[in-house]
Design a binder for this molecule. Structure first.
Ligand code: AMP
Ligand code: GLY
Length: 427
C-alpha cells in the first residue's frame, strides 16, 4: 500500500511509525511532515490545510490511501474533495467532522439522542450569554467557543467577572475569530478524565486502548492549557465495567446518532470523557486521532494499521479483530522554553541519532527540522519521547531515562507525567 499522510506533528509521526511497521506498506508520503518524519516518509512541502495543494499532490503521487490526520482539513472538507477526485481516504467527511467543528452541533446531538454530557445553553449574542451567567450565578462555569480554537477555546470561569470577560473576549473582541461567534455555556463537571480513541466505519465502533492526557504546562497541573504535555495508556481509571457502560451509553449511541442524522462518521472518533460521580459524561468529541494520545495508543496496537484503514473504508470493521498489547506506554513531551506562550525556535537538538531517535525510546517529532543532518527545534512542542513496558512504571522509567539524554536550549518538560495514573493504580 502506498499512503499519503496529511499533517506534520507528533501524532502524524506515530501514525507513520505504525504504518511503517506493516508489511503491506510500500511507500509512505507526508505533507508537510517534519524533520523526524522525513526518516520514515518522503515529505512534501504542502500545508495540511491547503486542500487544492493536497489534491494536486495526491494526483501526482497516486497513493492507494490518503490519511487526513488533523482537525482543520477534515472540518474544511478535504476528505470530500479527495473522494470526489477518486481517492480512497481515512478520515470523516465534513458533514461528520462537524462533531468536532461545532460544539453547538455536538451538544445538540447529545441532547437529542440522550448521550450523557454537561447541561448547557448555546448563545449567539453576548448580552444574552451574560444575562444567563448572571441569572445562573453558579461557579465555576464553563464557557466554550463553538468552533475550532487549537484547544484554547475553553475557559473555566471561577466567578462572574471572569465569565463576563470570557464571553466578551470570544463574542465581542473576536479573540478566536469566527469560532467564537457562537458560545456554549455549560455546567462544570468533576472527575478523572479519560481519552478513548475509536475506529469506526459509521456502523461499527471499535474502541482502542484508553489513555490519559496532561494538558497543563507545568507539574502539578499548573500553568496554562497546552496541546498536551504527555500521555499514558491505558488509563487506570477506566475499568472494564466503565468500558462496557461507555460502549452502551456513549460510543454506540453516538455512531447511531450520526447515522440517523445522515452524517455517518468514518475514521477515528475521539471521545473525551469525564468520569463524574453521576457516571461517565462526554466533555468533547474530536473527529480525529488525539495528539499526544496517539503516541501512546498506536505503539500498543498489534493489528496491522493498513488492514484497519481498508476495513474502515470498505465498512467491514464488524468482521475485523483489533488487538492491543497488554502492556503500558508513556509519552513525555519536550517543549520549547516559554511554550505555550512565546517561544524561540531553531535550537539544535543533541542526543538524537541520524534517524531522529535515541536509545530506549521511540521519539515522535512534533516540531523539528532536519538541516544538513542535524535536528533543530521548529515548534512549541518539539518531541514526544515514548516508551512501552510491561507496567506503567516501567514505561515511565524508560521514557524519562531517554528524556535525560536529549538536550536543547531552554527545553522544558513535565516531571510528573503518569504520577496521578500510578496513584490510581495503587488505590
Ligand atoms: P475541551 O477542549 O472541550 O476538551 O476542554 C478542554 C478541557 O477543559 C477539558 O479537557 C477539561 O479538562 C476542561 N473542561 C471542558 N469542559 C468541562 C466541563 N464541563 N467541566 C469541567 N471541565 C471541563
Ligand atoms: N490531546 C487532546 C486533543 O488531541 O485534542
Amino acid at each position: 500500500m502506498n499512503i499519503l499522510v496529511v499533517g506534520g506533528g507528533g501524532r502524524e509521526h506515530a501514525i507513520i511509525a505504525a504504518l511503517a511497521r506493516s508489511e503491506k506498506t510500500e511507500k509512505i508520503y507526508a505533507a508537510p511532515g517534519n524533520g523526524g518524519i522525513s526518516a520514515y516518509a518522503e515529505c512534501f512541502d504542502v500545508k495540511a490545510t491547503d486542500i487544492d495543494g493536497i489534491v494536486a499532490l495526491a494526483k501526482q503521487l497516486k497513493p492507494d490511501y490518503v490519511f487526513v490526520a488533523p482537525d482543520d482539513p477534515l472540518v474544511m472538507g478535504m476528505v470530500d474533495k479527495l473522494n470526489a477526485e477518486g481517492f480512497k481516504t481515512f478520515g470523516p467527511k465534513a458533514n461528520a467532522a462537524i462533531i468536532e467543528g461545532s460544539k453547538a452541533f455536538s451538544k445538540e446531538l447529545m441532547k437529542k439522542y440522550n448521550i450523557p454530557t454537561a447541561e448547557y445553553e448555546t448563545f449567539t449574542e453576548a448580552e444574552k450569554a451574560i444575562s444567563y451567567v448572571k441569572a445562573r450565578n453558579t461557579y465555576p462555569t464553563v464557557i466554550k467557543c463553538d468552533g475550532l480554537a487549537l484547544g484554547k477555546g475553553v475557559i473555566i470561569a471561577e466567578n462572574e467577572t471572569a465569565a463576563i470577560d470570557a464571553i466578551n473576549s470570544m463574542m465581542v473582541d473576536g479573540k478566536f475569530g469566527k469560532s467564537g461567534n457562537t458560545v456554549v455555556i455549560e455546567e462544570f463537571l468533576t472527575g478523572p478524565e479519560v481519552s478513548v480513541l475509536a475506529f469506526t466505519d459509521g456502523k461499527t465502533v471499535k474502541p482502542m486502548v484508553s489513555s490519559m492526557d496532561h494538558k497543563r504546562a507545568y507539574d502539578g497541573d499548573k500553568g496554562l492549557n497546552t496541546g498536551g504535555m504527555g500521555t499514558v495508556a491505558p488509563n487506570p481509571h477506566y475499568t472494564p465495567e466503565l468500558q462496557k457502560e461507555c460502549y452502551e451509553k456513549i460510543f454506540m449511541p453516538t455512531i447511531k446518532a450520526m447515522q440517523a442524522e445522515g452524517r455517518p462518521f468514518s475514521g477515528c472518533l475521539y471521545f473525551g470523557l469525564m468520569l463524574t460521580p453521576n457516571g461517565p459524561k462526554v466533555i468533547e468529541y474530536n473527529c480525529r486521532f488525539g495528539d499526544p494520545e496517539t503516541q501512546v495508543v498506536l505503539p500498543l496496537l498489534k493489528t496491522d494499521l493498513c488492514d484497519i484503514i481498508e476495513a474502515v473504508y470498505e465498512q467491514r470493521l464488524d468482521g475485523t479483530d483489533i488487538e492491543f498489547d497488554g502492556g503500558a506506554c508513556a509519552c513525555v513531551v519536550m517543549a520549547s522554553g516559554g511554550y505555550p506562550e512565546k517561544y524561540e525556535t531553531g535550537k539544535e537538538i543533541s542526543g538524537l541519532d541520524e534517524r531522529g531517535q535515541c536509545k530506549g525510546a521511540a521519539v515522535y517529532h512534533a516540531g523539528t527540522k532536519l538541516t544538513d543532518g542535524k535536528y533543530y527545534t521548529s515548534g512549541g512542542r518539539v518531541l514526544g519521547v515514548t516508551a512501552t513496558g510491561d507496567t506503567l512504571t516501567e514505561a515511565l522509567d524508560s521514557a524519562y531515562k531517554a528524556v535525560q539524554t536529549i538536550h536543547f536550549d531552554k527545553a522544558h518538560y513535565r516531571t510528573d507525567i503518569g504520577k496521578r495514573a500510578l496513584e490510581a493504580v495503587k488505590k
